[in-house]
Every structure is written in C-alpha cells, then in structure tokens.
Design a protein around this ligand. Structure first.
Ligand SMILES: O=C(O)CCC(=O)C(=O)O
Ligand SMILES: [Fe+2]
Length: 284
C-alpha cells in the first residue's frame, strides 16, 4: 500500500453549463470529465443546481433515519446485497448504511418510508425524492458526456435506460480516540456511476493508479463523482474504477449520501464493439 500524498482530485465546474450538449462550455467540461475519469476515475463536481435548502434537508432526513431503533432500521431489507440495512459488522464497527431503491420515484420511496414509519413521514420521502432527482441530473450529464467522449452516441438511450437509481445513506461514528480507525474497507463500486455528498466530516480516501491515497475534502457545494466497475467494463478499461475507503478520526459522526446508478436486474453489460481494438482487447 502506498503512502498519503498531497495530490488533489480535479475539481470540475458544472454550474455554467448551457442546456444543450454541443455548446462550447459543454465540450470543455466534457474534456475535463474524460481526463479525470481516465486518470483518477473520480472528480469533485461543483453543481449549484441543487438548492441549499435541499442540501441541508438531506442530512436532517438521514439523521432521522439513523436515529430509528435498530429493529426498525433492519426492516430496510433487500434481496440485493448492499441495497438494504448494513451494520453491526465487527470488522467495520463504525459503519452503518441503508438503501432506498428507485429513489427518484415517489411511490417507491413512499412505500419504503411506510415500512419504517407506519404512521407516515411525508417530509422524509419528499426530501429523499427531490435530492435524488436533482443529483440524478448530474448523473445524466456526466454519463452523457462519457458516452459522447467515447464516440458511443448511438448507444446513448440504451445506456441511460439500463440503470435504476439507488440512494444509499451512510453513517460512520467518530472513533473517539486519537487514532485513525477504518470506517469502510477499500473497495471499488460495482455500479455505473456513484455520486457522493457528505456532511462536513471528512474521511473518504481515493487510491490513485500508483497506489497512493488522496484525502478527499469536498466542500458543501461539491459532489464526488466516481466510476464503478460496470462503466469500467462498458468502456472496456478506458475509464478507471478506483479503489476507495473511509478512514475516521475524532468524535464527530460522518454522514454521507450516495446516488448509485445501478444496471437493472438481468441487464448484461457488454462493451460495444467500438471499444474493442488491438490496443484494447475485450476485458470481460
Ligand atoms: O461514505 C462515503 O463517502 C463512501 C461510501 C462508499 O464508498 C460506498 O458506499 O460505496
Ligand atoms: Fe464505494
């Protein structure tokens, strides 16, 4: 394992993008996205389309969720691994997480909400849906840029339609010692694209291709965008799917929220033939 470095992740500004792909600003940002994803598989996105009140409200909703009794949280069950409640693992005792499938679809979120709050909690489901809808716009912009930059426009609709949005919410307790403790073990994400948003307690670390670890310090205005293994496979290795982990220090709890675009059940990821050549033989 490499050492810590002061390397910084690219910061890409999505705030001034016009509506239409093809505008000069769109192409500039697209180039930055491609470069960052080739090199790091990750970047920090400034995306001011998400109103401050939703960005604030989401952590209120997440805290309310984690404050439920353990038995209630465990009702957040799923057949799919890492889609439901995860926690109480001796190897990562600080970590707990829950998942909301189809988080952009109000009826789906409302039915999960009724399982956790049989008396209802409209505020909670409204916050989850608006946050997820707005972040999914960033997911769509980034994926459209990726598709264009790979020259795969003819697959754009198929690519956009092959995923659902899972919202996962994470809580990491502060270790309350002077030592740094593992919050979440090093892994790559299995989905297409992950967009993370955190409260102001840092801890996420990203491994570079040469093995060093970068500490991510996103601001309240920025989102961490990361590629998962599904997109790595679809692009036949042209984009990097980075290892990352969470390391916790201090007393404060870290809350993070991730919007994961996940291939629909049964959808088989296959690199388009355009991605395969002598330099890039088929990986999977
Ligand atoms: O909490 C974070 O910022 C990262 C979470 C993560 O990597 C994951 O859920 O896959
Ligand atoms: Fe992850």
């Amino acid at each position: 394992m490499g050492s810590e470095t002061s390397l910084k992740l690219p910061i890409i500004d999505f705030s001034n993008l016009g509506q239409n792909p093809g505008a000069a600003e769109w192409d500039l940002v697209k180039l930055q996205v491609r470069k960052a994803l080739e090199e790091f598989g990750c970047f920090e996105a400034l995306f001011d389309k998400i109103p401050a009140e939703i960005r604030k409200a989401i952590f209120g909703a997440v805290e309310e969720l984690f404050d439920l009794p353990l038995q209630t949280k465990m009702l957040n069950a799923s057949k799919k691994p890492y889609h439901g409640y995860v926690g109480q693992y001796p190897q990562v005792p600080l970590y707990e997480s829950m998942g909301i499938d189809d988080a952009t679809i109000a009826e789906e979120v409302e039915s999960m909400t009724r399982i956790l709050w049989p008396q209802g909690n409209q505020n909670f489901s409204n916050t989850i849906v608006s946050f997820s809808e707005q972040v999914s716009e960033l997911d769509h912009i980034v994926r459209r840029m990726i598709v264009e930059s790979l020259g795969l426009e003819k697959y754009l609709d198929e690519h956009m339609n092959c995923t659902n949005h899972l919202l996962r919410v994470m809580k990491y307790k502060g270790p309350e010692t002077t030592e740094t403790k593992l919050g979440l073990s090093s892994h790559t994400d299995k989905n297409m694209v992950t967009i993370l948003y955190q409260n102001q307690v840092d801890g996420l670390e990203l491994q570079t291709k040469d093995g060093s670890w970068i500490d991510l310090k996103p601001t309240p205005d920025s989102f961490v965008v990361m590629i998962g293994d599904s997109l790595y496979a679809w692009a036949n290795g042209r984009l990097h799917s980075p290892y990352h982990r969470v390391m916790m220090r201090g007393n404060a709890a870290r809350y993070s929220v991730g919007l994961f675009s996940v291939p629909k059940a049964g959808y088989i990821i296959k690199a388009p033939e355009e991605m395969i050549d002598e330099e890039h033989p088929l990986l999977f």
